[in-house]
Design a protein around this ligand. Structure first.
Ligand code: T1G
Length: 662
């Protein structure tokens, strides 16, 4: 006897009881069989679920009174894909293609009732059904490429025949999610309904007759494949899976169906074992574990309003990020002219965000901003972030003033990149209310947030930082206090190593090219040219004066001394001709002069030597950071470098590489 369907979905966060309940159940609603997957948190298709699905399907097939079926999920989401934790072991039976084929071949018309996110294997199951219904907030996608693989259960083939090769290629090569409206427009889903379950029951009860058959999508123009191949290769920067995904879509569009299905599975199985896929799985879990200690403190309530002091580039950008998240901001600047400038900067940031589709319109977001000139106006802010000039005297004076006017419960955060947060904390009566929140520029774009924890930082202060990260949807990593924290400190080691190689014979363009070819978004020298060489120069001079660095001039200093400060002076490590970056004979001459002065005979560096040398320097610094207890674990370091500094995700991060080599 098949039990009646209650149509009930477990509430968000509701866990299954301790008694082992089946992850897949079959119930009935009139003449419709209802298969429910209940495998929290994201209904991943573990082996147990696959076994359950086949068995429920078989049982439904045997019931002559059923005319159709609904495939649905309990909890917060439809199936978010295969179970990634199973991917380090060989595939286990029954495989997902077997399950998907069984749904497709079923005598019953199965309708997938989707909510939350229908991703990867989840979407592949839905594609094997004869109809798809989604609730308005549903997002769908094929994120396999982000895990170094391609869909492996017929996804490329079924998607291509349903929505055409062009739309399928976009989805599968990028891994991007799309919403219900777009899915409906491209024919990926049939119906959007507030109650997907009820709508699916109706369709399945009609044996699928209610589904309009979509027209066969047109084939792409012949030149599509070459153009798409160039686009995908450029974006992939050495990552294999997007290129393989396009190849699979091409086969889906051109080979007989059975052959295309087999070819897809072969590609999938090969990629599943690849080094890139292993590294990407490592990063997937490392990102989700990042900032572990933030999760160990009692959760703080959502912040309704955040204070920002300082409306320069960074302060405005932080305020923009907070506003976009839906939270109100009180921004304090010195006078009316400065507040007006800050408001303008924020408005410009918001306009750019609207252009990128991050927000739909500027006005309602800007309406959440209050600007003022008195620190006492921050009294309603449980968290205040200072982003004033990077100078200890200015910051300590500000913290003292904040300490005087704000309630004792307010948390004080500094956005300093290099100053000693401990010294800053000493300027207030209760240093436990102080922490660092190190944003990366531009703060409303970059996903990384280093949460700087002092020995005395209280749990509530840490919880406020954690709440902010959660609200801003940032990847937060906890760091102790040291010069440059985790990320900038490792990048400083990279930079020193790269400059050392310049001295020994390499050129900026060969080093940058080697690192770009390795998969970095950009080389270190071109990045320095973009941000300007003078900031680091000023810092070096200060550190030398303070006796923190040896008084040895660097090639960087030599460039700065002749006003080669980067793009803004039309020349730095490179020359800039009509905005185009080209090798600089002047820089080459300065390097050669420096080299001669040091009595070094130049040697040739291969790309592999350059990469190995820089990776070794990064991992040496990372090991020191771990030894000193600055980072909470090696995975956090990988996350910082990947999310914040353009380290190629598919390489797994500097610690992953170093540990693998051991
Ligand atoms: N497998 C195993 N665990 C998973 C998982 C998965 N697919 N997805 C999430 N988790 C865990 C995650 O580690 C975390 O655990 C918890 O669930 C909540 O996740 C054949 C082979 C669905 C958008 O790539 O994108 O199908 O930390 O913190 O922010 O072609 O999770 O609590 O212990 O991310 O609300 C394709 C991956 C697989 C989707 C929810 N699918 N997941 O985001 O929560 S490959 C994916 C996500 C595939 C087939 C191929 C997100 C989410 P813990 P979370 P969230």
């Amino acid at each position: 006897m098949i039990a009646p369907d209650t149509g009930r979905r477990a509430a968000e966060g509701e866990r299954r009881s301790e008694v082992a309940e089946p992850t897949v159940t079959l119930s009935r609603s009139g003449s419709v069989g209802v298969i429910t997957i209940d495998n929290p948190p994201v209904n991943a298709l573990s082996q147990e679920v696959r076994i359950g699905l086949l068995s429920a399907l078989e049982q439904a097939e045997l019931d002559p009174t059923l005319v159709g079926g609904v495939l649905r999920c309990a909890g917060r989401t439809f199936v978010a894909g295969a179970d990634i934790t199973e991917m380090d072991a060989p595939p286990s039976e029954p495989t997902l293609p077997t399950v998907a084929d069984a749904f497709e071949r079923s005598r019953l018309c199965w309708v997938a009732a989707m909510h939350g996110t229908a991703l990867g294997g989840g979407l592949e199951l839905a594609l094997a059904c004869c109809g798809r219904v989604a609730e308005p907030g549903t997002r769908v996608g094929m994120p396999e490429v982000t895990l170094g693989i391609i869909p492996g259960a017929g996804g490329t083939v079924r998607l291509t025949s349903l929505i055409g090769a062009e739309a399928a290629a976009r989805l599968v090569t990028t891994g991007k999610q799309i919403d219900a409206v777009e899915s409906r427009q491209i024919g990926l889903i049939d119906v959007i309904a507030e109650d997907a379950h009820a709508a699916s029951l109706e369709i399945a009860g009609s044996g699928g007759r209610a589904i309009e058959t979509s027209p066969t999508p047109r084939a792409p123009k012949p030149e599509f494949w070459d153009q798409e191949s160039i686009r995908v290769r450029e974006k992939a920067r050495g990552q294999e899976s997007p290129i393989e995904a396009l190849a699979a879509i091409r086969e889906a569009a051109t080979l007989p169906r059975a052959e295309a299905l087999q070819a897809e599975r072969r590609r999938f199985l090969r990629l599943r074992e690849s080094e890139q896929a292993k590294a990407l799985r490592h990063v997937f879990f490392a990102e989700r574990k990042a900032g572990a200690s933030l999760r160990n403190v009692p959760k703080a309530a959502d912040l309704q309003r955040v204070g920002v002091v300082g409306g320069g580039t960074m302060g405005s950008s932080i305020a923009t990020a907070v506003l976009i998240s839906g939270t109100a901001v009180t921004l304090v600047e010195q006078d009316d002219a400065a507040t007006a400038r800050a408001r303008n900067l924020i408005e410009t940031n918001l306009k750019a965000s609207a252009k990128r589709g991050v927000i739909s319109s500027v006005e309602p977001v800007l309406a959440r901003l209050s600007v003022c000139t008195a620190l006492s106006d921050l009294e309603e802010c449980p968290l205040v972030i200072e982003a004033v000039f990077e100078d200890m005297a200015i910051k300590t004076a500000l913290f003292k003033a904040l300490d005087d006017v704000l309630p004792a419960t307010a948390v004080l955060a500094t956005n300093t990149s290099y100053l000693d947060v401990r010294e800053l904390a000493r300027s207030v009566r209760d240093p436990s209310r102080v922490l660092g929140l190190h944003f990366f520029a531009p703060a409303h774009v970059m996903k990384l947030l280093e949460v700087v924890r002092l020995p005395q930082t209280s749990d509530p202060a840490l919880a406020a930082g954690s709440a902010l990260a959660r609200q801003l949807r940032k990847t937060a990593v906890v760091t102790g206090v040291c010069e440059g924290f985790i990320g900038n400190r490792i990048m400083a080691a990279y930079r020193r190593n790269a400059e050392e190689m310049l001295l020994r014979g390499a050129q900026p363009e060969t080093i940058d090219a080697a690192m770009r070819d390795y998969g970095f978004a950009a080389g270190i020298f071109e990045t320095q040219d973009l941000s300007g060489l003078d900031i680091a120069w000023a810092m070096r001079k200060r550190r030398r004066l303070e006796g923190k660095d040896p008084a040895i001039a660097t090639i960087s200093d030599a460039l700065c001394e002749v006003e080669r400060l980067g793009r803004k002076t039309m020349g730095g490590w490179y020359d800039y001709v009509d905005g185009r970056q080209v090798s600089s004979p002047e820089t080459a001459r300065l390097i050669a002069e420096f080299r001669d002065g040091a009595g070094i005979t130049p040697r040739v560096y291969t790309a592999a030597e350059i990469v190995n040398s820089i990776l070794a320097a990064m991992s040496r610094e990372a090991e020191a950071i771990l030894r000193e207890g600055i980072a909470e674990g090696p995975d956090d370091i990988d996350v910082v470098m990947i999310v914040g500094f353009g380290f190629p995700r598919y390489r797994g991060g500097p610690m992953y590489i170093a540990r693998k080599a051991q």
